[in-house]
Write a protein that binds this ligand. Structure first.
Ligand code: CTP
Length: 423
């Protein structure tokens, strides 16, 4: 359910598509939101601040500096001048920041943390969800530098509304057109619906916690093009990350390769091999109050990785010598700070509960989510899962359900441990 007249901030950058932001502001008002506009200096070359001020009924912010700020204002500034921390106030009071059109320059600034104007400064200062709707020449959009910046932002939980295809102002045809304002409003509504229960104080039981989640299946190189992998899709870990974020936690998701989009508001760290995952997990362990290790980590890696692609010719059969990878979960348990809860996952194909319990003891974790991966339709590479949540004294059955629902159950149980634990 959408809250009444939520404040949303529209960041408008300089581009031909800036005129479409006028319609966006109107549509957001129609949808019941209270849009406020921030413009870059370049945006003013395309649309006058007065247009946005008149439509939104609010002062339009155009600069970090007070003497220039508020151009086109139709709203009284009670102090008569703008505070030097206006960007902080704006960043804190908005429920969402949507940048449309987002230029290549602004996306690069966001990706690298530059803060030389109001919008880029506000981006750094806000903890609200961020949506960007890029618009630019197709070649600029496709440039590897641009795509790397977009990937960085996605990994940080920024929602990117892909530009559409069609005629571009530069005369070319292709991707790079600003998404339709209706599509941008739909994304705003979707994200705010997800967070609205949080704002109303419901389901914020993970507020103040930092949850680190591992997800996906690691890949161990054989040669430059081949690897040893496993069937993990990453869905279970991503579902836990998303649920924890929705319930108010700060979430760090250490992810092996998956085809999944980073959940909004979650910080993702991409890794490939077990060793990379180990390094990333241990580097961030100090921040975590809860660790959920849902990744399928390879137990072995190739001892000597071939530097060149291995050739079939002259090698009718090959043997790969494997060596053990580090047990990340064990290291986490050994190095965690007092009070940090650690939940492991156990994929078993036989004697599921007994093996799960043995693993719980062996690894010294607070709980193990054990699932039977021998059954079709649940567990690995599927939408649903089932299993048991084991602690040293309890075994809670988790019946077949979506991974999203199962995540909620797991977090419910984690919370009980948190409340019950006096370390
Ligand atoms: N795990 C880990 N590091 C590894 C292997 C596993 O951190 N090198 C973690 C997994 O993320 C999971 C738990 O340990 O949370 C159990 O993984 P699983 O593969 O079931 O256990 P193993 O220790 O590998 O035991 P086995 O394969 O013998 O069942």
């Amino acid at each position: 359910m959408k809250a009444e007249r939520s404040k949303v901030t529209i960041g408008v950058c300089g581009g031909i598509a800036a005129y479409k932001s006028v319609e966006l502001v109107r549509l957001l008002q129609d949808a019941g939101y209270d849009p406020h506009v921030v413009m870059t200096a370049a945006a003013e070359e395309f649309v006058r601040p007065l247009t946005f001020a008149a439509i939104s009924g609010h002062k339009v912010i155009t600069s970090l500096w007070s003497e220039e700020a508020g151009t086109g204002s139709v709203e009284e500034d009670p102090t008569g001048e703008h505070s030097s921390v206006e960007h902080i106030q704006a960043a804190q009071s908005t429920r969402l920041l949507v940048v449309a059109p987002a230029t290549a320059n602004m996306l690069a600034k966001f990706a690298h943390g530059l803060a030389d104007d109001f919008l880029s400064t506000m981006y750094l200062a806000t903890t609200a969800p961020v949506i960007v709707a890029p618009a630019m020449n197709v070649k600029m959009w496709e440039h590897p530098a641009m795509q790397a910046n977009v990937a960085t932002l996605r990994a940080r939980g920024v929602k990117v509304i892909e530009p559409g295809s069609g005629y571009l102002a530069c005369g070319m045809v292709g991707g790079g057109r600003l998404a339709e304002p209706t599509a941008i409003v739909a994304a705003v509504t979707e994200i705010l619906a997800e967070t609205s229960s949080d704002e109303q104080g419901e389901g914020r039981d993970f507020g103040g916690e930092t949850v680190m989640v591992t997800a996906g299946g690691t890949r161990e190189a054989i040669d430059p093009v081949r690897y040893i992998g496993n069937r993990s899709s990453g869905r279970m870990g991503y579902a836990v990350a998303e649920a924890a974020r929705r319930r108010g936690a700060r979430v760090v998701l250490i992810s092996a390769p998956t085809g999944l989009a980073c959940p909004a508001g979650v910080e993702r760290v991409d890794v490939v091999s077990a060793e990379e995952m180990r390094t990333a997990v241990l580097a961030r362990l100090g921040e975590a109050s809860v660790v959920v290790m849902a990744a399928a980590v390879s137990d072995y890696r190739v001892k000597t990785v071939a530097t060149q692609k291995m050739k079939r010719e002259g090698s009718p059969a090959v043997s790969l010598e494997l060596e053990s990878t580090a047990d990340i979960l064990r290291e986490v348990v050994a190095r965690r700070a007092a009070g940090t809860l650690v939940v492991g996952f156990a994929a078993e194909t036989e004697d599921v509960v007994a093996n799960g319990r043995a693993k719980l003891q062996r690894k010294g974790v607070d709980a193990v989510v054990v699932n039977d991966v021998s059954k079709d339709g649940i567990g690995f590479d599927s939408e649903r899962n089932a299993g048991s949540f084991l602690t040293k004294d309890t075994a809670i059955e988790l019946p077949v359900q979506s991974k999203a629902k199962m995540s909620e159950r797991i977090l419910d149980e984690v919370l009980k441990l948190r409340v019950g634990a006096l370390r």
